[in-house]
Design a binder for this molecule. Structure first.
Ligand SMILES: *Cc1c(COP(=O)(O)O)cnc(C)c1O
Length: 466
């Protein structure tokens, strides 16, 4: 099994991939990624590809970091595994919990570890319901989430998420999880004042709370910036208003920081940038830069105090909670982020520069609503951006663009017709320039295709929307 086609044949015969239409894949074969360094990956044909998605939003410090390899090796030699179930603990887990609490700020006191974002959100559901039951309000069970949110792929994670395609398989959502509309200004109300729309969108939470009854609502969960939903950046009025509403009704706020945490938005956690004070924060992905699976929940004092002093035994945990090797790698990863000043670099240098370069994309005939926040960015491919008319979904213009992007040596992801990126935090300004060339070439190739197919809108009245 050495040639690309041999590996592809075996892959197709035995490996069932996540989120994949296998019938569609079988004809062409999977792309085989064989090595990586910095912000680049290579496939089995030795094609070098610019990874503007950091793997799956996780390789924050970039590929090929020997420090992380060394940390894993050392820990594996010393203590490759032990659990934290039976009144035992291990040093890397203790150190990492302390470190993460320190980064999260004064509201927080504890960390619960898992191996993924999905598991962590399962933990969140159990934790907030146990919290309310402990306080004598077991009827407070409902968790409010948002359409188009992504909170993972387990039964609970996918239920919290607002992806209709995921709900359609497996009988989801599970009971007592409800959704409100997302704060997608460009997609839902581009002609409205953005700040006013932010307040309106937060108001949907209050309306839902009143509809259900505040005494039945346990928590609201949201990603500071929705990632997998297409990089939906809320107006700046949104999160402070969400916070005000949660406070007003005493509802717990869970920020799912799996993408936004560990520096991606230019702060250690996205909620800090966007003006929320969550009671619980989900993390995973960037905590180890993806080098090993690790996730968890940072627990605010409000919840920790009740669970620890009154909650009794929390009948919940994972074999790999506080895995020493994963925790050792996370510590080394945080060391790199700190010593290279990556969080501040995103806030003050690369984030603003990416914003400047993305603003230029507005001149491209296909691009609508280009926006960035730290090192996440997205735009919509539009049939007629002047009149705000999207392409017919069935044309799959996003897929056409993604295919051009891959062919052009750039990993840029398509969510419907939204094209999104989340490059490693170690990206330089020169590399951003390099990426913008690839993006522009990709857009030009896509424009040539849709124009040739007669899909662009030419004769609609050119009424500018404001
Ligand atoms: C990726 C992601 C998850 C799920 O994490 P897994 O490690 O894949 O289980 C949860 N929440 C958000 C916001 C994510 O982006």
């Amino acid at each position: 099994m050495t040639t690309t086609s041999e590996i592809q044949a075996t892959d197709s015969a035995h490996y069932m991939h996540p989120f994949t239409d296998h019938k569609g894949l079988a004809g062409k074969g999977a792309r085989i990624i064989t090595k990586a360094d910095g912000i680049h990956i290579w496939d089995s044909e030795n094609k070098k590809i610019f990874d503007a998605m950091s793997g799956l939003w996780c390789v924050n410090v970039g590929y090929g970091r020997q420090e992380l390899v060394d940390a894993a090796t050392k820990q594996m030699q010393e203590l490759p595994y032990y659990n934290s179930f039976f009144q035992t603990t291990n040093v890397p887990a203790v150190k990492l919990a302390e470190r993460i609490v320190g980064l999260a700020g004064d509201n927080f006191s504890h960390v619960f570890f898992s191996s993924s974002g999905s598991e962590s959100n399962d933990t969140n559901i159990r934790m907030v319901r146990h919290y309310w039951a402990t306080l004598g309000q077991p009827e407070r069970k409902v968790i409010i989430s948002r359409n188009n949110a992504y909170h993972g792929s387990t039964m609970a994670g996918a239920s919290l998420g607002g992806m209709s395609g995921m709900h359609a398989q497996g009988g989801l959502p599970i009971p007592d999880i409800v959704h409100i509309e997302q704060p997608y200004h460009y997609g839902l109300a581009p002609t409205k004042d953005k700040d006013a729309f932010g307040l309106e969108a937060a108001g949907w939470l209050e309306a839902k709370i009143l509809e259900i009854g505040a005494d039945k609502v346990a928590a609201f969960i949201g990603e500071p910036v929705q990632g997998a939903g297409g990089v939906i950046i809320p107006p700046k009025t949104y999160w402070p208003e969400i916070q005000r509403i949660c406070d007003k009704y005493g509802i717990l706020l869970i920020c799912d920081e799996v993408i936004c945490g560990f520096g991606r938005l230019g702060k250690w956690f996205g909620s800090e940038l966007l003006g929320a004070k969550p009671d619980l924060m989900t993390f995973a992905k960037g905590v180890t830069s993806g080098y090993l699976p690790l996730g968890g929940v940072v627990i605010g004092k409000r919840v920790a105090d009740v669970l620890i002093n009154q909650g009794g035994e929390f009948n919940h945990g994972y074999t790999y909670s506080g895995h020493p090797v994963a925790c050792a790698v996370a510590l080394a990863n945080i060391d790199i982020i700190e010593s290279e000043g990556l969080v501040d670099k995103v806030l003050k240098e690369t984030g603003p520069y990416l914003a400047e370069r993305y603003a230029e994309l507005a001149n491209h005939p296909l691009v609508g609503g280009a926006e960035t926040c730290g090192l996440v960015a997205g735009f919509a491919l539009m049939k007629d951006k002047v009149n705000h008319i999207p392409f017919d979904e069935s044309l799959e213009v996003g897929m056409i663009c993604r295919n051009h992007s891959f062919a052009n040596g750039l990993i840029m992801r398509a969510v419907g017709d939204r094209m999104i990126i989340a490059p490693p935090l170690c990206i330089t300004k020169a590399q951003i320039d390099e990426m913008m060339v690839l993006i522009t070439e990709t857009l030009d190739a896509t424009l040539a295709d849709v124009t040739k197919n007669g899909w662009m809108h030419d004769d609609a009245p050119k009424v500018a929307y404001s």
